[in-house]
Each structure stands twice: as structure tokens, then as C-alpha cells.
Design a protein around this ligand. Structure first.
Ligand code: IPE
Ligand code: IPE
Ligand code: MG
Length: 246
């Protein structure tokens, strides 16, 4: 079944270059099964693996996943610790495989807040997968879009203050260059799982003209098939960017 979808995607032509995903619904998935929330997060790890493989199979260039927001630090300590442990475990288990698949991992967000073990794991996986050319996998961890924009403003102000930039050169491109996402094009498609219809402080700048796709599927139940269905839907859209079509 996923292979049929992949054939249809290929027939349609243009595959989105960059897909971003708000991976939501782990807690509800666990609650439905009367399991503790961390087991929902653990089940979500499997979904990450399948979607990464699907992204490579589809021929995408960039996959940006929202894994943990700055606001998520407010959750109970037990859940936050479980998530940090899972991050370390994910990296320990997947780093070699990701490298083999040609995936380059990048972690976007305020990594100074990560527990030391997780911080080291993040640096290790970035280093070990640095040469990957098949897919850039951006993991947004301890990330919030407003914090990213405030940081960009601060960095620009610093440049102006030390004379490295003129005030009149602070334009859209200058802001873009200071975002964590500077190396990549804006997402073509945003997928949010679990049916929530909000951005939750994710990529507010970068999503200006991104196509949105919301699915009720809870993240741990997501497979590459959901990604392929979203891509097929995307391929039917007409993107106008404020202009009129010829
Ligand atoms: C998404 O699942 C994962 C994180 C935010 C870390 P949730 O934990 O938000 O799951 P729900 O929304 O409570 O179902
Ligand atoms: C957004 O999900 C953050 C991640 C998926 C990492 P949340 O579950 O934290 O968002 P809200 O609270 O429903 O807006
Ligand atoms: Mg949620």
C-alpha cells in the first residue's frame, strides 16, 4: 500500500523539498491504552524511524521534526526526564543507521537547557552524520519560534553595535540568516498529527507560505503512509504566494 502511494507521488512529479512535522498525540495514545505518558513517547520513537525512511524513499531533501518545545519544560519533571532519556536512547540506537542511510542530523533549539548527557549525544550525532547527503533531519528540541526570533534580533543588534552590519541592512534576509533554519529553504508542507489546529510556537517565520496538512492520527500510529498521503494532498495544491496564476 505505501508503495502504491509512492508510485503515485512519483507520477505527480514535484515532491516537497522540505516537510516539517509537529509530532503530537503521544500522551493521548498512551491514555487510550491506560499506559503512562512516557510509553506514548517511546512508541513515538518508532514512528520517527518509519517517517525518516519514508522521507528518503520519497526523495525529500529536508525533514524538520518538532520533538520538544521550550514550553514542554513546564511538564512534570518525571515526563521531562523520560523525554531526555528517550532522546539519548534514540541517538544511541539510531546514529549508526542514520549515518548509513545518508541522513545528516541537526538539532535546533536552546541546547544549553539540555541535561549534559543529552547535550553530548546531540553533538555526537551531529558530528557523526555530518557528511549525510540523502536527507537533512532537523530535530527541534527545546525549541520555540518566538525565542528563535528574539535570539535573531539580539544577534543582529550585536552585529550593528560592533559595526559588523549597518542598520539599513537589517532586512528579511538578515533576519533569516540568524534563524536556526538558515541553511534550509522554508518548509513546503507542514503536517500536524493528532488533529490539533494550531502552530504551538513552531517555525512562525518559516511557515509564512507553507501548505498545512492536519491529520487526526496520533503520532505513535503514524507510518510513512501518512507522510505519503500528505505529500499526495500537497501535490494537488495550487501555491500562489500572494500572486495570481497565469
Ligand atoms: C507530543 O505528544 C510529544 C511532545 C510534545 C513531547 P504529547 O505529549 O503532546 O501528546 P498529547 O498532546 O498529550 O496527546
Ligand atoms: C507541540 O505539541 C510541541 C511538540 C510536538 C514537540 P504540544 O502538545 O506541546 O502543544 P500544545 O500544548 O497542544 O499546543
Ligand atoms: Mg500535545
Amino acid at each position: 500500500m505505501p508503495d502504491d502511494l509512492l508510485d503515485r507521488i512519483r507520477l505527480n512529479g514535484a515532491v516537497p523539498h522540505h516537510v516539517a512535522i509537529i509530532m503530537d498525540g503521544n500522551g493521548r495514545w498512551a491514555r487510550e491504552r491506560h499506559l503512562p505518558r512516557p510509553l506514548g513517547h517511546r512508541a513515538g520513537m518508532k514512528a520517527v524511524r518509519d517517517v525518516v525512511e519514508g522521507a528518503i524513499a520519497a526523495g525529500m531533501e529536508v525533514l524538520t521534526l518538532f520533538a520538544f518545545s521550550e514550553e514542554n519544560w513546564q511538564r512534570p519533571t518525571s515526563e521531562v526526564s523520560a523525554l531526555m532519556e528517550l532522546l539519548e536512547e534514540y541517538i544511541a540506537r539510531e546514529a549508526a543507521e542514520l549515518r548509513e542511510q545518508g541522513v545528516a542530523v541537526h538539532v535546533l533549539g536552546d541546547r544549553t537547557r539540555l541535561v549534559p548527557g543529552a547535550g553530548e549525544a546531540v553533538e555526537r550525532v551531529e558530528r557523526e552524520t555530518r557528511d549525510g547527503r540523502a536527507l537533512s533531519l532537523n530535530l527541534c528540541i527545546s525549541y520555540s519560534s518566538r525565542a528563535e526570533l528574539a535570539r535573531a534580533a539580539r544577534l543582529l543588534a550585536e552585529d550593528v553595535l560592533r559595526g559588523a552590519k549597518r542598520l539599513e541592512d537589517v532586512d528579511e534576509d538578515a533576519v533569516r540568516e540568524k534563524l536556526y533554519t538558515a541553511p534550509w529553504r522554508d518548509p513546503d508542507l507542514l503536517i500536524r498529527t493528532s488533529g490539533e489546529q494550531r502552530l504551538s510556537n513552531f517555525l512562525l517565520w518559516q511557515l509564512a507560505y507553507t501548505e498545512l496538512y492536519i491529520t487526526p492520527v496520533l503520532w505513535p500510529d503514524v507510518t510513512r503512509q501518512v507522510l505519503f498521503e500528505a505529500i499526495l494532498d500537497y501535490q494537488q495544491r495550487e501555491r500562489r504566494f500572494g500572486n495570481v496564476t497565469a
